[in-house]
Design a protein around this ligand. Structure first.
Ligand code: SF4
Length: 342
């Protein structure tokens, strides 16, 4: 996004935590916590896609669900500023307020095979939010579902078919149509293409990008690796063991990474051009256990730049240069390698 005036903030998250208790014994005594989301702060602007990347178990899916309170966060602040209506303090919403918020903020699931009810037709699946929110019924409901099907590239003559009659890509289109039914402003897309064939992935990514600009949507786009993120995001956030380690524009993060974990993720992106290829950084050791994370910087046991301070002190989350946030004690002195964007 190169607009002179940045778009207003749609969602602001401050110090969000989600700790799952570890219970033991008949009395279910709490003996510890899994720190799935550990003091995360971020923001998403209107008409913007923030890519969220991290390895399995980094907490990105939990974070996405916490933003919509599909999972109850443990603590922190989530403010939602929709175009229409008042700003919402998401953590303090009652059941009615949450229902209203969910008409403006929706989730697209990772697996289009398990996320659609096999006993319902496309009309019932896509029309369900409209019925639940009492937005449309009868002929109007059918018309709205037909419009949504066309919007996502599905043929309306298939409206009375069941999910099993569709391919993976078409099922994901049904899931997207359902998410769009209530005209949301914000969508959490949780690895929406990772369960699809590579040949279909680009079609769904293009569809999401077209919908974003056509409908002025904002996305939190969750992905496993940086290659997909690069093509769909304006800004990127990187998570490691429940913590945010870096966030910036695609250009900042790819060309000038400031966290050693981001540098390692970038080195794993395949590129056919030998001049642009960087030496693959193999991370030693295992991803830290979020139930028993290391002291200091959680990344220190695997970081090739770690110094003594890293073992004892948690690096603060700071805005190193405007718009570029990082949590690394050595971000100012390290000269990390990125990859040039074409
Ligand atoms: Fe590596 Fe230390 Fe930076 Fe953590 S704080 S990423 S261990 S250099």
């Amino acid at each position: 996004m190169n607009a002179v005036e940045p778009e207003p903030i749609l969602l602001r998250v401050e110090h969000l935590k989600k700790y799952f208790p570890i219970e033991k014994g008949f009395l279910k005594t709490v003996v510890g916590h899994v720190r799935a989301v550990d003091d995360v702060s971020l923001y998403i602007r209107r008409n913007e896609t923030l890519g969220l990347v991290g390895e399995s178990g980094s907490g990105k899916t939990t974070l996405g669900r916490c933003l919509l309170r599909a999972i109850e966060p443990t603590s922190g602040k989530i403010m939602f500023y929709p175009k229409s209506g008042e700003s919402l303090d998401v953590m303090s919403l009652d059941a009615r307020g949450l229902k209203e918020m969910r008409s403006k903020a929706q989730l697209v699931f990772q697996n289009p095979y398990s996320s659609l009810d096999p006993r319902k037709t496309v009309l019932q699946i896509v029309g369900e939010p409209l019925t639940l929110h009492k937005v449309a019924k009868g002929d109007e409901l059918v018309e709205r579902v037909q419009d949504l099907m066309q919007l996502v590239g599905l043929e309306i003559k298939h409206m009375n078919r069941y999910p099993h009659a569709f391919s993976g890509g078409q099922r994901q289109r049904i899931g997207i149509a359902r998410a769009l039914a209530l005209k949301p402003e914000f969508i959490v897309a949780d690895e929406p293409v990772s369960a699809l064939d590579v040949s279909i992935q680009a079609q769904i990514l293009n569809l999401l990008q077209d919908l974003r600009s056509e409908l002025n949507l904002s996305f939190l786009f969750i992905a496993h690796g940086l290659s997909v993120i690069k093509h769909v995001s304006h800004r990127v956030a990187v998570m490691y063991v429940g913590k945010m380690v870096e966030m910036g524009t695609v250009g900042q993060l790819f060309e000038n990474p400031r966290h050693p974990y981001t540098e390692a993720l970038l080195s794993a992106i395949p590129t056919p051009d030998p001049d642009r290829r960087m030496e693959r950084i193999i991370l030693e050791g295992e991803v830290a256990n979020p139930a028993n994370p290391p002291s200091g910087c959680y990344f220190h046991p695997r970081c090739r730049y770690a110094v003594d301070l890293c073992k004892h002190e948690t690096p603060p989350w700071v805005e190193d240069v405007p718009g570029h946030f990082v949590a690394c004690h050595r971000s100012q002195e390290l000269n990390l390698r990125g990859i040039p964007l074409e």
